[in-house]
Design a protein around this ligand. Structure first.
Ligand code: SF4
Length: 352
């Protein structure tokens, strides 16, 4: 398909059909960066309220830099991939302290920021600074693979190079920022993964996937990696109105978030099985078991967690020593703590 016609068709389509989103009405690199980090691995519908809350709570990069990490994580709660929130906070500090609050304006400089990969750097450079760089996200991969009939695996190094060359080659000489928005929006709205609207598509007469019936085979993406199965046994320790929570350790999922007293095992265990461990034995000796939950399944990208909860009530003043010093939080304090969504949802259940 002719390069000029391709960009003209996309820009024309964008002007008629694009969604009105707040980060498209600004050239402020802080807001654009914020939106791009939030929208990594997140759909617009889910990310939009988070974006609005962040901009309201932290209207400038300086205000985000000055925030407590715990408050940033709390605002992020429910979006998952919490390293994004920690990187966001660290990058805000770096921009505030080392760049005097001014965002770097070039693609190559933006790439140096934590949590900013090639796609995000290209998006900020293009949307905020009009730099002529091609954006390449999942939507763009899909549109290019289908329109040009490219069968190279998009998850492979070769695929990244092939698509990067093609995307760069297709960039128009003018309005590259609008074109970049257009191709991403086109992938999100028109050329969707499962139900592309080929009948009313302006590219349908030239699109290779449409001409050869390969819409559902393109793009090619080979699956990799196994899902790790994990079994979490939570002891929900209560004392009066307060509940024990602890901060998650450094080298695991949900770092910096708070969850209940956790025993992990290679398979699902009963409470009797767990009582073979010293700390659980001591907790059970001091507490009354009030109830136990069903098993919940929580799926992450590379992990599947099965979680079960046992509610243990400790009498006032009891502090079992084997389990270490236990910190208990009031309901108001718990509400302010950042928690994995598995825990936040469990706390919101009517029986809690
Ligand atoms: S014709 Fe169908 S597959 Fe091709 S670009 Fe349009 S919506 Fe996508």
């Amino acid at each position: 398909m002719d390069k000029q016609l391709f960009s003209q068709q996309l820009i024309g389509w964008y002007q008629r059909h694009h969604r009105d989103l707040p980060w498209r009405r600004t050239k402020n690199p802080y807001c654009i960066w914020l939106s791009e980090i939030i929208l990594q691995q997140t759909r617009v519908k889910q990310g939009l309220p988070y974006y609005l809350r962040f901009v309201e709570a932290f209207p400038t990069v300086q205000s985000l830099a000055n925030a407590e990490e715990r408050d940033v994580l709390r605002l992020w709660q429910g979006l998952g991939y919490y390293s994004r929130a920690r990187n966001l906070h660290q990058t805000a500090k770096l921009v505030a302290n080392e760049h005097r609050g001014v965002f770097p304006g070039r693609y190559a400089e933006l790439l140096m920021l934590k949590g900013v990969g090639t796609y995000t750097a290209a998006a900020i450079a293009s949307f905020a600074f009009n730099e002529k760089t091609a954006v390449l996200d999942g939507n763009v991969f899909r549109v290019l693979a289908r329109v040009f009939g490219v069968e190279t695996d998009i998850a492979s190094n070769e695929g990244k190079q092939v698509f990067s060359r093609l995307a760069t080659d297709l960039l128009p000489d003018a309005l590259t920022d609008v074109y970049n928005q257009a191709i991403m929006e086109f992938g999100a709205v028109q050329c969707t993964p499962a139900t592309p609207d080929c009948l009313f598509c302006p590219l349908n007469r030239d699109c290779q996937a449409n001409l050869t019936g390969r819409q559902h085979r393109l793009p090619v993406k080979k699956k990799k990696g196994n899902v790790r199965e994990r079994y979490f046994h939570y002891l929900v320790l209560r004392q009066g109105d307060a509940v024990h929570l602890k901060e998650r350790p450094e080298k695991d999922i949900w770092r910096g978030l708070y969850d209940f007293y956790l025993k992990e095992a290679p398979a699902m265990r009963t409470l009797d099985d767990l009582a073979g461990e010293e700390d659980v034995k001591e907790l059970l000796a001091a507490a009354v078991v009030e109830k136990e939950s069903a098993v919940f399944t929580h799926v992450l990208t590379h992990q599947r967690i099965r979680a079960k909860f046992w509610h243990l009530r400790l009498p006032p003043g009891a502090s079992p020593a084997v389990a270490g010093p236990l910190r208990f939080y009031s309901p108001q304090e718990i509400n302010a703590l950042p928690k994995p969504i598995l825990i936040a949802n469990y706390l919101n259940r009517p029986f809690f």
